[in-house]
Design a binder for this molecule. Structure first.
Ligand SMILES: [Zn+2]
Length: 565
């Protein structure tokens, strides 16, 4: 393609509305334009990149024997009501009525539609396993769409679904996807981690997320150098030991006028928050539960839900807490309370001489020792933080912000039971099919690649997913030698199968170099008057910014052999 004939609307200024580097750069380099909040038009360069990404995805999905479908985004509400997810997704789902007053919606994912096809057609275990996938639009009415292509309301997903007779079959289908995802993200040139994940609204038990650590992400992942990685919703950790206060004196109250928060107490007592017990009261299905954490730890409501086996809970009001503790918020503690369930984070197990509320206004207790001064049930309840210890190897964990590229779920029989998708097993018995579901965000691959590969001047995408492999920059098209040599080289590169963008514009060299640096093409070949006189051309590696002078005659071959094989 010739730059003079294509539409690449680059911008010199950083768009004011964009914060994330990927958002800024995709706008500046003319890849995308916003149509509405969370809705973008993909222009020429973006679409070229997406076609390369989806080609890689298709090749790897086909390689594991998955069959490509294409289902409608427009769905009848009944399907989603059957699975129970019509209400579960709430306002996140686009819902409306058609002209005949039928409730309709736009697909958020496609478990329901796929299960609906399977249940109508598959009768016997002999027809299993089935792996079905599609690359298609999804819709989510996000409350706060932002960060360009990182949180969209309309987006492209590769989603696939496996149907097996039993858990052993699912394990195989799951592993095939897991391996295919590794190959896809490797081929796309991304640096990623595979994290244990929480299944959430999808249902099921086992799931993994493929995450790219970057500051613009919205997920948090705990990472260890030993290879352990887990979404913060799921991550567990050991706690680095805390130096205890000496002695074994009985607990005793001391006045703390106006000291309500852990922060207040740290200042007031001069003791670190790790020597304090934080007391929370939650109302769980209308009953109070007292939750204890170390002063510097935070409660994970995801973990609390799994401990309580309920998602119906909320923090108690001051009045509700008063009925348990007979004291105002700020002076609550576990000592002496009766008739209420007390759950404590494991980091409090075995500690001694801690500080906590005395259940008396403006008063706290010191020398409080769990097990001696109060009883509790111990669970993993806290959010892992940087500096905690890896549950696998004991080294220090790092918590990083990350972008989720893909997610694989063992769904089990959550959908097949709700929607009666059954087959006859070898004994002639009717059993629900065992399912898995597997997603990849196509835009996320491009945005994560930009986040990982950019500098102040622009981006340098991995070659496999860049819109072009090479920009051929003719520094001055008015010069006969430059123009003739550039035209010849352009032809030669195309003949060799190199995906090349020929910058043949009548622009100053400075403008061309700036644009070339910006738009994410990994290599630039420059032909200028001086070097051509010496029989040379330049190969410029955008990621390292190294310039290599190469003989003009052998340039195309050198480029291919040295940089692209
Ligand atoms: Zn580790």
């Amino acid at each position: 393609m010739r730059w003079s004939q294509v539409f690449i609307p680059t911008l010199r200024e950083v768009p004011a509305e964009a914060e994330a580097p990927s958002h800024q750069l995709l706008l500046r380099s003319g890849y995308v334009r916003q149509v509405a909040a969370g809705v973008y038009a993909y222009l020429f360069l973006a679409q070229r990149s997406f076609l390369k990404i989806t080609r890689i995805i298709r090749e790897e999905m086909n390689r594991i024997g998955a069959q490509e479908f294409y289902l409608p985004a427009l769905n009848p509400a009944e399907l989603w009501k059957e699975s129970g997810r019509y209400d579960l997704f709430g306002e996140t789902m686009f819902k409306f009525r058609d002209r005949n007053q039928h409730d309709m919606c736009l697909g958020v994912t496609h478990e329901e539609e796929m299960t609906n096809i399977a249940r109508g057609e598959i009768r016997s275990y002999k027809q299993l396993p089935q792996l079905w996938y599609q690359i298609q639009e999804k819709f989510r009415d996000e409350p706060r769409p932002k960060s360009g292509l990182l949180r969209l309301r309309q987006f492209i997903m590769k989603d696939s679904y496996s149907f097996d007779l039993d858990d052993a079959g699912l394990d195989k289908s799951y592993q095939k996807h897991y391996d295919a995802y590794c190959r896809i993200f490797d081929r796309c040139g991304l640096k990623y981690v595979i994290a244990d994940a929480y299944s959430g609204a999808m249902g099921g038990t086992v799931s993994h997320e493929f995450m790219v650590p970057t500051d613009s992400g919205e997920d948090h992942v705990a990472i260890c150098e030993c290879g352990y990685a887990a979404n913060l919703e799921k991550a567990t950790s050991g706690v680095a030991p805390v130096e205890e206060l000496p002695g074994d004196a009985a607990s005793e109250p001391f006045p703390t006028p106006g000291q309500k928060t852990i922060e207040d107490l740290v200042k007031f007592t001069g003791e670190p928050a790790s020597r304090m017990i934080k007391t929370l009261v939650y109302i769980v299905e209308s009953k109070p539960v007292v939750i204890l954490l170390r002063g510097d730890h935070a409660l994970s409501e995801t973990k609390l839900a799994s401990v309580l086996q309920s998602t119906t809970f909320r923090p108690a009001t001051a009045t509700e807490a008063f009925t348990v503790h007979h004291a105002q918020l700020g002076s609550l503690g576990p000592v002496g309370i009766k008739g209420v369930r007390v759950v404590a984070d494991r980091a409090l197990e075995g500690r001694k001489n801690m500080i906590t509320g005395a259940n008396q206004d403006d008063t706290h207790l010191r020398n409080v020792t769990p097990g001696r001064d109060f009883e509790a049930e111990y669970f993993d309840l806290r959010v892992v933080q940087s500096g905690d210890l890896c549950p696998k190897c004991g080294k220090t964990l790092r918590v990083s912000v990350a972008v989720e590229l893909g997610h694989v779920f063992k769904l089990g029989r959550r959908y097949s039971e709700a929607m009666h998708a059954t087959v006859l097993d070898p004994n002639g018995k009717e059993v629900p099919m065992t399912m898995g579901s597997y997603g990849i965000g196509v835009e996320r691959i491009l945005t994560a690649a930009v986040e990982q590969n950019h500098d102040a001047d622009g981006m340098f995408l991995p070659r496999a997913i860049a819109p072009f492999e090479v920009i051929l920059t003719a520094a001055n098209m008015d010069d006969d030698a430059v123009r003739t040599n550039a035209e010849t080289l352009y032809q030669k590169l195309q003949d060799m199968g190199v995906d090349v963008l020929f910058d043949d514009r009548q622009e100053r060299p400075g403008v061309k170099f700036k644009d070339a640096d910006l738009i994410g093409v990994p290599y630039r070949v420059t032909l200028g008057k001086k070097k051509i006189a010496q029989g040379l051309g330049e190969i410029y590696d955008r990621s390292t910014r190294q310039v290599h002078d190469v003989n003009l005659d052998g340039l195309a071959v050198a480029l291919k052999e040295r940089f692209m094989d």
